[in-house]
Design a protein around this ligand. Sequence first.
Ligand SMILES: [Zn+2]
Length: 462
Amino acid sequence: MISCGDNVNIANFLDEHPSFQFDLKECLSSFLLSDHLRKKQVLFDSFSLGQFTERLDEENVFDSIREFAPTTSHYESYNLQVPFGHLPYLSKSYLRRDPLAFCNTKNNPVLYQKTSSGSRGRPVNAYYSRQFYFEELFLNLRRIAQFKKVGIGKRNIFSASLHNSLNRPSMVFKDPLEELGLMTRLAFDERRPSSVIGMLKVLVKLQPELIVSKPPIFEALIQLPYCTPYLKDVRPSLVVSSGCSLELELRQNLVKTFDCPVTNAYATSEIGLVGAECPSEDGFHIDTTSLLPEIRTPDNPNLSHDGELVLSSIRNTGMLLIRYRTGDRGRLKTEVCSCKCPSPKFIGVRQKEIPCFQLADGSAFDPTRLNALIYSNVAICHFQAVQISPGNIILKLYAQIEKRSSTSSMRKIKEEIRKQVQNYCPNCRIHISTLDVLDDNAYLGPKYIRSFSFSPTGRCST
Ligand SMILES: [Zn+2]
């Protein structure tokens, strides 16, 4: 039973963990929105129990476009007399070019910016209304646990999200519904063993109900031998993986390591939480209370065929995304599932895979770090990083022809990127090639590839 939130004392937590930051202003804002959050949670309760009280349909989507059109430049020119299926698809390149064209800034003077991980190309900026921002921050993990039928609200610490972004500190949040324990975000640098061990010591002390991270981080923690003594002392109720595809072997290793259920969450920065994983672990039930899913198959408009998942979302009143192409491929199963959830299930999903890279000394390197380094240059619209052995990385940079001014400047760009990447990956050999592309939507294959097994010793095992 959910009950422990009001017993948790944030002041005590901060006394015991001085490295954590607490944002009082944000906390007060979220408490002002607690009625809104409670209402949204009730709606999700009905979704997770398969008892829909509301379901988004095409007419609701048209109503939202009508509401946004007078103040949102992208939707001004939409012809709303056509059938829904004739509305244009929206690709990531539109968002990259002008994200504010999708925002209703008139009714939302404050928008929260969220940047995608850029796992397919340049990162995309999304903007959230205040309500949606707090909904994502405070309700998502609770919803994921609930769908997995894991009991929560029994410990003082509800969640620990392990993240390796260098410019975000460790944070603590208080549940505005006062039902769960504290939510924490633990910052660390996976390249430095001392930082990893420091984070794990805190994790052992916190004993959160949920541990949340992304596959390359989980892979590093499981593979690095100095993590093992700490991991066996952490006993969460649920491990949540998100951000990219969770491969079967890693899932099995996580179950073994933490001795608890593991679930895969499907969320995007642009849309938020898309779906909860079916208990049968073969797909995601799409939250159709606020999302309208379609499968984009140019040759065959049948939902049960393989294609790209396209979503229309009306949940974020700050930014409206209609017929948004997610870039993730799979198919929709519309028959009622064995788990009794009647919402369509996105199955056969092919999400992006992100393996953990390895430095020459055997320590870990999350290749998504390369995004910030490489995309700081405007000529580069995509890249591919292939690790062929610990300490050896091949980078293929795709440059847009109209943005590269001359061959000599490309040479300069290559040299700059080489220096930056080498700073991040000490003792690594970086081989760089450049290729031209015409269209930044072109599919150029997986972005990160590791062609050997991660080895605890740092030596190549195959
Ligand atoms: Zn199911």
